[in-house]
Design a protein around this ligand. Structure first.
Ligand SMILES: [Zn+2]
Length: 137
């Protein structure tokens, strides 16, 4: 490779249109998305509660996917009872990390509780049938 071919490659790169740059970025995004393993869940999309000050404004309902009328209910105001502990003298980064870990842990606990309720309902009301799965995103 000579200085001229390096210069030719540089000039060719500068002549790219924004559309070509976008197409390259979009192709990379799609490839990264396709590389992710598909994640599925038995938890149906929740029925969101009515707005406050409705008395059930805190109740999130997970309806049976077989539409039998059953629903598992979670009180959104009571889901997170665990205290958050921050390190004394911690930085803002420490606060951010503690809050992120707390949210992740609470999400795992909530997901396990809802899945257990759904599996329990299927064992009682729909024996021999597995809860249907859906894509988690
Ligand atoms: Zn059911």
């Amino acid at each position: 490779m000579t200085a001229d071919t390096d210069l030719d490659a540089l000039v060719a790169g500068l002549r790219r249109s924004p559309r070509e740059d976008f197409n390259e970025l979009e192709a990379a995004r799609r490839a990264a998305e396709a590389a992710l393993p598909p994640e599925s869940t038995i938890i149906p999309m929740p029925e969101l509660p009515p707005l406050w000050p409705h008395p059930r404004s805190c109740i999130v309902r997970f309806l049976c996917a077989l539409e039998c009328g059953w629903a598992h209910e979670e009180n959104a105001y009571e889901c997170d009872r665990e205290p958050v502990r921050f390190p004394l003298g911690g930085s803002l980064g420490d606060v951010d990390r503690v809050l992120a870990e707390h949210a992740e842990q609470q999400g795992v606990v909530l997901r396990a509780r809802v899945e257990a309720a759904i599996r329990g309902h299927f064992a009682e009301a729909h024996p021999g049938q597995e809860p249907p799965e859906r894509s988690a995103w």
